[in-house]
Write a protein of this length. Sequence first.
Length: 214
Amino acid sequence: MKVMVFAPHPDDEILGCGGTLAGHVEAGDSVTVVYMTSGEAGSSHIPKEQLGPIREQEALRACSLMGITDLVFLRNPDSNLSYDEDNLRLLTSLIRNRQPEYIYLPHRHDAHNDHRTTYELVVAALTRAAQPTQEDRSSPWKVSLALAYEVWTPIQQYSRVVDITPYIDKKIAALSLHRSQLAELRYDEAVRSLNRYRGIMTGEGDYCECFQIL
């Protein structure tokens, strides 16, 4: 199966669905990660022009540990992601060309503006990709399932729970390779706690990731 993940910034894919992605890789599924920005605004002490390339390299190392090698960096401006025609066309083209069965994206009410804009762009691109258009002669493609993940803001009403207990250590190990971000905030501790909370409260496993089915 082909899987595509849309991440507003490098590390969001691991925070939101890293354990689930590890399960996809183990099952032999191909995974593509599309980074909307390179996260160059994610440090209080590293200049933007230096941080973008650093975070892309961190993403490459972290995804390599996960067994993911197909990464796409769109390099939109961090913290100023735009809902515009250029991005819509690009995402539509990616979906049509890669033809994923599953797509993962941030949920609609995440606290970070780039996450909400990513949600809006991907949802619109999913609709476009499934319909014939005059400006794009590539074949339409309809995704079988779109799943929204949680990062900054926990999902209030989830509709799928994935037990990631076998993959939690790999998820945290991959996240630890995003050193520039862990120097700012201990996201690794936060997401381990969130996944443990989800496991306890759903009863589906020791550690779980929750999603909204779109």
